[in-house]
Design a protein around this ligand. Structure first.
Ligand SMILES: Nc1ncnc2c1ncn2[C@@H]1O[C@H](COP(=O)(O)OP(=O)(O)OP(=O)(O)O)[C@@H](O)[C@H]1O
Ligand SMILES: [Mg+2]
Length: 449
């Protein structure tokens, strides 16, 4: 290994040695000077070929001081800070250094070892080997199955350097630059699933509609009774398609505005009252008691009234659809202090069959249903809770679900209380300004059979 510092030491030692020999009278002055000059030329020439090859700290790699032909200081720091993993190999295929981002893939002890023992992926190794043999740059996509499946694109390129690296091919390095594709692949697979699910949900009623159109224009043409029946089914299917399209549009509208904080002051009591008015007759027809309770006054939240109504409506609608057997649905409002922030808690509780634990984390995924057939039969599209989640996110709130098989389910939404001076009243019907007064006495908003 040639270092400038080594050259200086060598020159100093040679000077001293020749000086001593000359002083001791062992050699003639002219011969001593000639020999010394020759040695000096050799050392300087090697230093010039090697370029700047001072010992440097390979940040993020072994942490030890080692010579590298990449230079020192800023150039290495830049490589080390790159967000993508980078591995540098010498001309013999040994790991010379790797940056911090490569730490999870290439252990510290790998520095100095042959790359084939470090990156155990056949297509990647054959790409590296072809570059080591003088081939052009190549790139490979590969998957690391453990510990968590990750996908990478590896770009392998040869580099001719002016400085001399270690190994037999001193002026040749190989760069292996990895790009993590895991997140992009996940998003792509979600997009594909979404399109597949949405088209499947639309295709089913569409197939039914075109089937009935054929029947009505064929053998049922002159059968008024069958016509009446089929038209009823067709109307249901058309409604289902409309509902699905409305839900999809609603979801994409909410997603588009998810980062925009709502700016109205909304009293959740008022919203609960409106939802109760709309759903009580439906609950009554299904033999379900719909009950709401709330403190006489609650502070307003900063929100968008229609979206907050959509949360309550979707949760009560689900309870009516899937937990009718429990015969009772409770809507609760209360105030709670969570650490440094005040929140309004909204709970929708039913006493139905409950939801098995393994389904709970997935309920807010689009089109996820515990039992797709039951949901479809009850007019569900599997988007309701996804919409709820996005509205809650937009309101900087939280959603949690607790359920016990055979006992029922509670959906809990917490929305931060509006700080004083925030937002504008939601509309003339809102008593939001009055609602800021505190009173913890509980009162029933409305109870209905
Ligand atoms: N209260 C509940 N009790 C039991 N299961 C429930 C309850 N609420 C939701 N679920 C389950 O969660 C699934 C997802 O609910 P979500 O509201 O997202 O969709 P959906 O009701 O099927 O359709 P949509 O609301 O879009 O019309 C439902 O299909 C149902 O299986
Ligand atoms: Mg629903």
């Amino acid at each position: 290994m040639t270092h400038w510092s080594g050259a200086r030491t060598f020159i100093a030692a040679a000077t001293v040695a020749f000086g001593l020999l000359y002083l001791g009278g062992a050699i003639h002055a002219a011969a001593a000077l000639a020999a010394y000059g020759f040695l000096l030329i050799v050392v300087l020439a090697r230093a010039a070929i090697a370029g700047e090859t001072r010992p440097v700290r390979v940040a993020g790699a072994s942490g030890e001081k080692r010579a590298t032909p990449l230079g020192s200081g800023p150039s290495l720091t830049i490589l080390d800070r790159l967000p993508d993993p980078l591995i540098v190999l010498d001309g013999a295929g040994r790991v010379l250094l790797r940056n911090s981002a490569a730490e999870p893939l290439v252990v510290k002890q790998a520095v100095g070892k042959h790359v084939a023992t470090v990156l155990r992926n056949a297509p990647l190794i054959s790409c590296i080997e072809s570059v080591l043999k003088g081939g052009p740059a190549c790139s490979v996509e590969y998957t690391l199955p453990v510990p968590i499946e990750r996908h990478f694109n590896a770009f392998v390129t040869p580099i001719e350097t002016e400085s001399a690296g270690p190994g037999p091919r001193k002026n040749f390095l190989v760069l292996v630059l990895l790009h993590d594709l895991t997140e992009a692949k996940r998003v792509e697979s979600m997009r594909v699933d979404f399109v597949a699910n949405a088209s499947h949900e639309l295709k089913t009623p569409l197939a039914s509609l075109s089937g009935f159109i054929d029947t009505l224009s064929g053998h049922a043409k002159d059968d008024p009774e069958a016509r009446e029946k089929f038209l009823g089914i067709m109307s249901d299917q058309a409604q289902r398609m409309r509902r699905l399209i409305d839900d999809l549009l609603s979801l994409s509208r909410i997603e588009l505005r998810e980062h925009v904080l709502p700016d109205q002051l909304v009293s959740l009591q008022g919203v609960v009252e409106d939802v109760m008015d709309a759903l009580t007759p439906i609950a009554r027809d299904s033999g379900v008691e719909l009950v709401a309770s709330a403190p006489a006054t609650l502070p307003p939240v900063r929100g968008e009234r229609d979206e907050l109504a959509q949360i309550i409506q979707n949760l009560v609608d689900n309870a009516l659809r899937y937990a009718q057997s429990g015969k009772r649905i409770e809507i609760g409002l209360s105030r709670e202090t969570k650490g440094s922030r005040d929140v309004v808690r909204l709970t929708v509780r039913d006493f139905g069959p409950g939801i098995a634990r393994e389904h709970i984390p997935r309920l807010t995924e689009r089109f996820y249903r515990v039992d797709a057939a039951t949901s479809r039969a009850r007019g569900g599209t599997g988007l309701g809770l996804a919409i709820v989640k996005h509205i809650v996110n937009r309101h900087q709130g939280t959603l949690s679900i607790e359920s016990e098989i055979g006992k029922g389910t509670t959906f809990l939404v917490q929305i931060p209380v509006a700080e004083s001076g925030q937002g504008a009243p939601a509309g003339p019907s809102e008593e939001a300004d009055d609602a800021t007064a505190q009173n913890d006495a509980s009162a029933s908003v409305q109870a209905a059979q």
